[in-house]
Design a protein around this ligand. Structure first.
Ligand code: ZN
Length: 437
């Protein structure tokens, strides 16, 4: 059997003839083979003439296309219900919390998860919600009861009373922080989301200052690590980045380097020294905004977005600098946290490809580097690299096929032809494929 249409529900399967970006070789294989076993893992991979395909294994002819690892969006909020509110995006959070409809949020979260999956995102890291319902979605997907991306979930974030992302649970002082980490571990979260600074979408929090003292961040890290959990620290002010880095969090989210004047960007080499010393990873968590794609109807940037762009122009060269110092940097969309102040714009779950475009076209990274930031590099940072992030024998067959060559035109990642998760075809041409259909 050899045709472009042939693709069984489950392995074994040989995807043949595509350009192969496996995340291991520094250059692509022009015409490759990926052999998927019946367990949904990669069995063999390499140039077409070097891999033996056992007799009877169906072949999917992918010639002319490019095959690469499934994408990882390291920063999403699947359960924020934009039809009602975003966390603390209006002044009266108590009224909004009363208006919550948790069941509807969960259904929307499931929809959001499938939007990401159909766009080639086979793993998401959910960086905070109002409750723990995402864990049920995670478990249902893992059990094969619902088609979606692999989810790492943090449940509710640790934040101060009325702090960034507050939804009625304020955590103050080292004792409460320690207890909060233990509580979250008991809820079976995959990692701890720690709001180290204020946030732009939360009125009356301070985006120029850390929300916590260094000792509070340190106890969060110590306790989380004792329990085998990573800590992801939302840190946009320069002092919060330094605290998070010194405390040894696992990932710094955003890392915006906002100085004591919110209109300034103040990078801090001492903080980078701590980042390097403690092996901290940096999630650029860039939200692709419509005005960054001229000709697509987004209109000019608002005053707030002009400010944001001026900040990015300092941040981008500093990302190169951190990478040169050996820091791993990766990407997330922050979908669907919003709306961005001064705009009606909500980041979308299918926009990781646009985040990658920005990092190539505006931040000046090579396409191969940018692809590694959403595959191999982020998998290492999140300690998922034994399972996913590259296409190698033994790893899960999370794969995407795109029609055009993303190394020539990074925009090719917007048009994902096929998405495989654990070796199974889960989406085709932007549509989720139900089992047996
Ligand atoms: Zn976020």
């Amino acid at each position: 059997m050899s045709s472009k249409a042939a693709c069984p529900d489950k392995g074994p399967l040989a995807i043949v003839g595509s350009q192969l970006i496996d995340g291991v070789r520094s250059t692509p294989v022009p015409s490759g083979v990926v052999l998927i076993g019946s367990e949904g893992r990669v069995v063999a991979t390499g140039p077409f003439d070097e891999v033996t395909i056992p007799e009877g294994v169906p072949r999917l002819d992918a010639s002319g296309m490019t095959l690469l690892p499934g994408l990882i969006d390291a920063h999403v909020h699947l359960a924020y219900d934009k039809t009602i509110y975003s966390v603390c995006s209006t002044e009266d959070y108590q009224a909004r919390l009363r208006a919550r409809n948790a069941e509807r949020e969960l259904v929307q979260a499931a929809h959001h998860a499938q939007l990401a999956l159909a766009a080639g995102v086979t793993t998401v890291r959910d960086c905070g919600a109002n409750d723990f319902s995402i864990l049920a979605l995670r478990d249902a997907i893992n059990a094969g009861e619902f088609i979606g991306p692999r989810i790492l979930a943090s449940g509710r974030p640790i934040t101060t009373t009325a702090g960034h992302g507050y939804s009625g649970w304020g955590v103050e002082g080292v004792d409460e922080v320690r207890k909060a980490v233990r509580f979250l571990a008991g809820q079976r979260v995959d990692f701890i989301k720690f709001m180290a600074s204020g946030g732009t979408t939360t009125p009356r929090t301070n985006i120029t200052r850390s929300q916590y003292r260094l000792e509070e961040v340190q106890v969060a890290v110590q306790e989380a690590h004792r329990l085998g959990l990573q800590v992801a620290a939302h840190a946009i002010s320069t002092d919060s980045i330094r605290f998070a880095a010194e405390a040894g969090v696992d990932t710094i989210e955003h890392g915006s380097w906002i100085g004591s004047d919110p209109r300034t960007t103040v990078t801090d080499e001492t903080a980078v020294d701590w980042i390097v010393k403690n092996g901290v990873h940096v999630d650029h968590a860039i939200i692709p905004r419509p005005y960054q794609f001229p000709g697509e109807g987004g209109g000019p940037p608002s005053a707030e977005e002009e400010w944001w762009l001026s900040m990015l122009k300092v941040r981008w060269p500093f990302l190169h600098h951190m990478r040169e110092r050996g820091v791993s940097v990766f990407l997330g969309t922050d979908a669907c946290f919003g709306p961005w102040p001064g705009t009606a714009f909500w980041p979308r779950f299918q926009d990781l490809a646009r985040a990658i475009e920005i990092i190539v076209q505006q931040a000046g990274f090579a396409p191969m580097q940018a692809i590694s930031m959403v595959t191999s590099e982020v998998a290492r940072a999140l300690r998922l690299d034994r399972e996913i992030g590259t296409i190698e024998p033994g790893k899960r067959a999370d794969l995407i096929l795109v029609a055009q060559d993303p190394l020539k035109e990074i925009r090719a990642l917007r048009e994902v032809e096929m998405v495989f998760r654990d070796g199974r075809l889960v989406a085709r041409k932007g549509q989720v494929v139900l089992a047996g259909s």
